[in-house]
Design a protein around this ligand. Structure first.
Ligand code: TRP
Length: 445
């Protein structure tokens, strides 16, 4: 393994993986899921799943990537050949690479919207800022051209970084993007907790109300844990291929998971005090929570427009460092398979993804009436990827490491003591695999 194909330090790998995990899922989706699923019950179950499902699956992805040192498809092929397993395990990598491309096609549309909000500065002296904000969002959603513009800009940034390659492009950019990101989100959380209603926020997020715990809440918490950690499609496996040889996987996974969880909770603390402190805003607003209501909240606060700009810069940075991990598995695979230059592969894939993204854009406007079995293009794609492809991928990864690879090989690769390993392996073998199959069956039926 040549030096240029390894992250320059252990902390760069952690930043890159945390950069993948932390994204729209933490800042946009986590707060609205918490708001729509009754608060603390969701939070507590989510935290449980992060540790008993997320940790084992993420560790499995990293150790397969580190063993294979190639794209997920070829790392899976190598590990299955070396351990005399069926070579068809590699199709798990193909499924994942495909899921990444499909997810990126709509992720880029939402990230583009977030990006456009950096420039959405409310005029001073509005009589009714909430009406202005609602109109702004609906006029943006109604305009294919404006959405295409922001989607194109976001895809250009993503392709440029991946085109430079993992070490030069991703490694370098995360090493300055992620620290900026952490500083910003903490600043905004401090600002919100001083100016908004912090007491209601803390009791909403953390005081246990188990009456709110329904099967639906449990299932959504599990799905959110997958999406937020970027597991189930090989993104973390692709990054694992460049992990320094001496890096301890056990400790590394724990750091990534703690960072991701910290950011989701901090995002809650940044957003809910403003919502609770403003009688016009509701916690269960759903996906529109940050796009329609947060600018209004910022507007009514001192220095609000500066914080609004900071907030959406932050969201765009987080989305960008996640988007690159969605593109990396397919890119690495094509680079090995076709011998085309990385920049060429990325350009071709970028055009393809941009094109698929048009379908999601048109779902907001000219295709909004076009439905197939109750799904439009966007909701259908979202369902296919998050409810089918990711859980299926995660379950197979857990089956591969929990049931097919030698237990001693897994223990050595993780490099943790026997006591912790036994807990880990139990979760991997029985809980992760079983629970994932459960979400899968539930969400498909
Ligand atoms: N985890 C990212 C977020 O929270 C999104 C993401 C990036 C992702 N890579 C992924 C989701 C791979 C699933 C699989 O926004």
């Amino acid at each position: 393994m040549s030096k240029s194909k390894i992250w320059s330090s252990n902390s760069i790998f952690i930043l890159a993986a945390a950069g993948s995990a932390v994204g729209l899922g933490n800042i946009w989706k986590f707060p609205y899921m918490v708001g729509s699923n009754g608060g603390s019950a969701f939070v507590i179950v989510y935290l449980l799943f992060i540790f008993i499902i997320g940790l084992p699956v993420m560790a499995s992805e990293i150790l397969i990537g580190k063993y294979g040192r190639k794209s997920p498809v070829n790392s899976l092929k190598k590990i299955s050949l070396d351990f005399q397993l069926n070579v068809r395990w590699k199709y798990l990598g193909v499924l994942g690479a495909l899921a990444g491309v499909l997810i990126l096609s709509y992720y880029s549309v939402f990230a583009g919207i977030a990006f456009s909000y950096i420039f959405n500065i409310f005029p001073l002296g509005l009589e009714n800022p909430s009406e202005y904000s609602t109109n702004y969002f609906s006029s943006l959603a109604a305009s294919p051209l404006r959405l295409i513009f922001w989607h194109s800009i976001f895809m250009l940034f993503t392709c440029a970084i991946v085109g430079y390659g993992v070490i030069k492009g991703i490694g370098r950019s995360v090493s300055f993007l992620m620290p900026i990101f952490f500083v910003f989100i903490i600043l905004i959380a401090i600002y919100s907790s001083i100016t908004g209603d912090m007491n209601s926020t803390l009791s909403f997020l953390f005081s246990p109300k188990f009456s709110a715990l329904t099967p639906g809440v449990i299932i959504s918490a599990m799905g959110q844990a997958f999406f937020s950690l970027s597991i189930g499609m090989g993104a973390i496996m692709a990054y694992g291929a460049y992990i320094p040889e001496n890096q301890l996987i056990g400790k590394t996974v724990l750091s990534i998971i703690l960072l991701d969880t910290f950011v989701a909770l901090i995002a809650g603390i940044a957003i809910f005090p403003i919502v609770f402190g403003n009688s016009e805003l509701v916690v269960n607003a759903g996906p529109s929570l940050i796009f329609e209501t947060l600018p209004v909240a910022f507007y009514s606060l001192p220095f609000g427009s500066i914080f609004s700009i900071l907030f959406f810069i932050l969201l765009s940075i987080a989305a960008l460092s996640s988007a690159i991990s969605l593109l990396e598995p397919f890119t690495a695979w094509m680079e090995e398979k076709t011998k085309l230059k990385r920049k060429m592969v990325v350009s071709l894939l970028g055009i393809l993804i941009w094109f698929i993204g048009l379908g999601s854009i048109f779902s907001f406007n000219i295709w909004s009436d076009l439905e197939f079995k109750g799904f439009n293009f966007l909701s259908g794609l979202d369902y296919l990827t998050n409810n089918i492809m990711l859980p299926l991928g995660g379950a197979f990864i857990a089956f591969l490491t929990g049931w097919f690879l030698p237990k001693e090989f897994i223990r050595k690769s993780l490099n943790i003591n026997y006591f912790l390993f036994n807990i880990f392996f139990f979760c991997l073998r029985y809980i992760s695999a079983g629970a994932i199959v459960l979400i899968f069956v539930y969400s498909v039926l």
